[in-house]
Design a protein around this ligand. Structure first.
Ligand SMILES: [Zn+2]
Length: 383
């Protein structure tokens, strides 16, 4: 494999994808580009559209083991275009960096997956196992019509996956310095406290729910602190207050009701039911008139360790000279759906510093290196 050829090939594809303004969940022709490349390699394509979302599965062979690449063609909006050095949908190379929306998250990684697969099939036509691509255009928005539909399809046809690489930008400072094999879950609580509205001149701390809620918030933060002491080896569970709203239009009365919204990002050791129980029994101590509503937007997951993780570490070390950290912090990912298939999962992608920001950009050398790393992983798993 010649570095210049790899670089030209991955840049050509990444630029073509960035040119398609695919604001989530609209794919805007990106998947057609990928499908064309995969068709030429002999992949069979199954389209799984759902509402405005485009999804597809691409199959190459049906032997085991099965290695899947998972990725998304949608991007977040560009923000204020005036703050970009270059048009976010006109990919531009400047100072060794490729600028454009999605260059890192994750059209760059998608391009690296495809190019690595092209090289692999060219040099290893009689490989073992099979290769799959699981591609969606609904990762950055609700994710209700995206990878979950692909996973349900695979479950319906009884298809399991042994290994899955997700191209999310897992690296923090240097390509490959961090990978993920799980994610935290997300739990939101909407708590409304009702109170007798009183003239402030005739009320006390006990009749003003604002004082109670301040104390409750403080006590919840202490509960989470203690839970984290138990799970000190894992990414900490975090607690954030999102909103406090009294809807009080008067300046001389205490509020009649107060809505508080808070969110927990929790690791896989912590059960949703434990958080709910602890919070509700705390609130009950205050003898309040309240209503509580919980929303679990994603569950925490951890994938089994094994051959995939070892292979990914070896490939990163081979090309980057570093042993990656495994840190499962950050938001959630489509891994939470793929985990249902029982696959070993690793998230390995580009440096995340500029994602979801103006002037998103990726080092072109990193793109070239990622092709080589993905190639080595495929080769070590399927030959
Ligand atoms: Zn992403």
């Amino acid at each position: 494999m010649n570095n210049l050829n790899i670089l030209n090939s991955v840049l050509f594809l990444a630029k073509n994808l960035i040119k398609k303004k695919s604001i989530s969940p609209i794919d805007n022709g990106c998947q057609k580009i990928l499908i064309n490349r995969l068709n030429k390699l002999g992949f069979t394509i199954e389209l799984i559209p759902s509402k405005r979302t485009s999804n597809f599965i691409a199959w190459h062979g049906n032997k085991e083991p099965t290695l899947a690449f998972s990725g998304h063609t949608d991007v977040v909006g560009p923000g204020n275009i005036c703050n970009w050095h270059f048009n976010p949908f006109n990919p531009t190379i400047y100072n060794g960096m490729l600028y454009g929306r999605g260059s890192v998250d994750m059209k760059g990684a998608l391009s690296a997956m495809i190019v690595a697969t092209e090289y692999f099939l060219k040099y290893n036509p009689n490989h073992l196992g099979s290769l799959l691509f699981l591609i969606t255009s609904d990762e950055e928005s609700e994710a209700t019509n995206g990878t979950i539909k692909i996973v349900n399809k695979l479950i319906n046809i009884n298809k399991s996956i042994d290994y899955c690489i997700i191209g999310e930008p897992s690296s923090n400072y240097k390509l490959g310095d961090n990978i993920k094999n799980g994610r935290r879950g997300s739990l939101t609580c909407n708590l409304t406290i009702y109170s007798n509205q009183k003239h402030i001149a005739y009320s006390s701390i006990l009749t003003n729910p604002i004082y109670q809620i301040i104390d409750i918030i403080y006590q919840i933060s202490k509960i989470i602190e203690n839970l984290n002491l138990l799970h000190f080896m894992l990414p900490p569970t975090t607690f954030q207050v999102i909103n406090i709203n009294t809807k009080n239009n008067y300046i001389n009365t205490t509020p009649k009701e107060i809505l508080v919204q808070f969110n927990f990002r929790f690791n896989y050791k912590l059960k949703v039911s434990v958080i709910k129980d602890k919070v509700e029994s705390l609130i009950n101590k205050y003898h309040l008139n309240y209503k509580i509503n919980w929303i679990t937007s994603s569950n925490a997951f951890i994938s089994q360790t094994g051959k995939l993780l070892d292979t990914v570490k070896e490939a990163i070390n081979f090309y980057q000279g570093i042993i990656p950290n495994i840190n499962n912090s950050g938001g959630t990912s489509d891994g939470r759906f793929i985990n249902k298939l029982g696959a070993q999962i690793v998230e390995l992608g580009l440096v995340n510093e500029t994602i979801h920001r103006e002037n998103e950009c990726v080092s072109i050398i990193d793109l070239q290196q990622l092709v080589k790393i993905y190639y080595r992983i495929i080769k070590n798993l399927l030959t």
